[in-house]
Design a protein around this ligand. Structure first.
Ligand code: ZN
Length: 146
């Protein structure tokens, strides 16, 4: 087993910045510095136990036909519709021919105005593995793991 660089005790070690230099120390000694890496075992447990929910919004593939049909049904011309949306008429033309893919914010506006559904929401659960590298652990984190 490895030995703590500060007190010389045999213990599971963590990496911590102590007085400006990185050292492998035991948990109690880690309190004197800033922990930069937790024990491998804990890293595993944490990685597996925190799924991140990611919400993915996508605009339906047949948005062009949906918008055109709903707009025609409402009796508005492309020019009227452009005005109502505060967009250029050419944007509406492109939108209705499928050459302009609307951003989510615009699709939301279209949904409200035309009372149609354009945005699909998907929830994806994924386990975050990149995050821990970018956010150094504090002693508080280590205590919470127990
Ligand atoms: Zn120690």
């Amino acid at each position: 087993m490895a030995v703590c660089e500060l007190c010389g005790k045999e213990a599971p070690l963590i990496s911590a910045i102590v007085e400006g230099s990185q050292m492998d120390v035991c948990m109690p000694c880690g309190k004197f510095g800033k922990v930069v890496r937790k024990p491998t075992q804990a890293a595993h447990a944490r990685k597996a136990s925190i799924p991140i929910k990611e919400i993915i919004e996508t605009v339906t593939a047949d948005y062009a036909a949906k918008v055109r049909q709903a707009r025609e049904k409402s009796g508005m011309t492309q020019a009227d519709f452009a005005k109502a949306l505060n967009e250029k008429e050419s944007v509406i033309q492109k939108l209705e021919t499928g050459t302009f893919h609307p951003p989510i914010s615009m699709a939301r506006k279209l949904e409200k105005m035309l009372k149609i559904t354009l945005v699909h929401i998907e929830e994806e659960e994924k386990v975050e593995s990149e995050k821990k590298a970018s956010s150094p652990l504090t002693i508080g984190d280590l205590i919470n793991l127990k």
